[in-house]
Design a protein around this ligand. Structure first.
Ligand SMILES: [Zn+2]
Length: 258
């Protein structure tokens, strides 16, 4: 209780000071979706990203220097996911590790069990249960600067974190609000996942990245990338999937992402 109060007081103090002017330049250069947001959305995003920048432990790997530009670029993209989830600042994530580029690692498992790694041996990112989020700067910058290609590493890894909020297993089902929402989620997600598995065997490239056909956890992360990056196409081609994601994120990006 006291810890919560101290945190609340610390955040209040942090947000009482004006938003750093040079951070706006960073957003303008590296986070393309920012300019499409309404003024109210931009203010919300600024608040969330400031808390993330201030409260996470940031560490550069392989000699990478985690500058303010790096922190703001990551935090802004993560903040979009929870823009309409009041009080959600990814509190369970304590540290964010950044590599300069895709990195090589071994000895970790993929899928359920509290860790999700992306890529085969050269990795772009990882999401650990209650542990760090690990990202490659090259890839996450690419994601921030190209906001219509359906790929965004930060959205992907932080979607895994939302998936882990109801336990250490990533299963493609995050914490939902009602029983009905869970039933609908299972129904839509499973059938859309099967559809992607089928489509990826065919000749035509589906809208959703075939990496989502790996398992349901990857499907949710890939669907999240598509929801924010190719929202209009997703709404048109997968209206049911769009609708449940809209219900979960409490956002309608097709209406504001140009
Ligand atoms: Zn993943």
């Amino acid at each position: 209780m006291i810890l919560k109060w101290l945190r609340w007081r610390r955040r209040k103090r942090l947000l009482a000071s004006p938003f750093p002017e040079d951070w706006l330049t960073i957003l303008d250069n590296n986070v393309l979706f920012y300019r499409n947001l309404s003024e109210t959305q931009q203010e919300k995003l600024q608040r969330i990203l400031r808390v993330i920048v201030a409260e996470k432990y940031w560490e550069g790997c392989q000699g990478f220097n985690v500058t303010e530009e790096v922190k703001v670029t990551i935090a802004a993209q993560a903040a979009l996911l929870v823009l309409e989830m009041p009080g959600q600042y990814f509190d369970r994530i304590q540290s964010i590790l950044v590599y300069p580029t895709a990195y090589f690692a071994s000895g970790k498992t993929m899928g359920p069990g509290g860790v999700v790694t992306e890529g085969d041996s050269a990795r772009e990112g990882e999401a650990w249960y209650r542990g760090p989020v690990i990202l490659s700067w090259d890839d996450l910058l690419q994601g921030g600067r190209h906001n219509h290609d359906g790929r965004n590493l930060v959205f992907h890894e932080f979607a895994h974190q939302l998936d882990m909020l109801n336990g250490r297993f990533t299963n493609g089902t995050p914490l939902l609000e009602t029983k009905q929402q869970y039933e609908q989620w299972q129904l839509v997600l499973h059938s859309e996942y099967q559809r992607l598995v089928q489509d990826c065997r065919g000749r035509h490239r589906p809208l959703l990245d075939c990496y989502g056909a790996t398992n349901l956890a990857e499907f949710f992360a890939v669907a999240t990338e598509c929801f924010f990056e190719r929202s209009r196409q997703l709404k048109q081609k997968h209206p049911e999937l769009y609708e449940i994601l809209q219900g979960f994120y409490h956002q309608d990006p097709a209406s504001y992402i140009a």
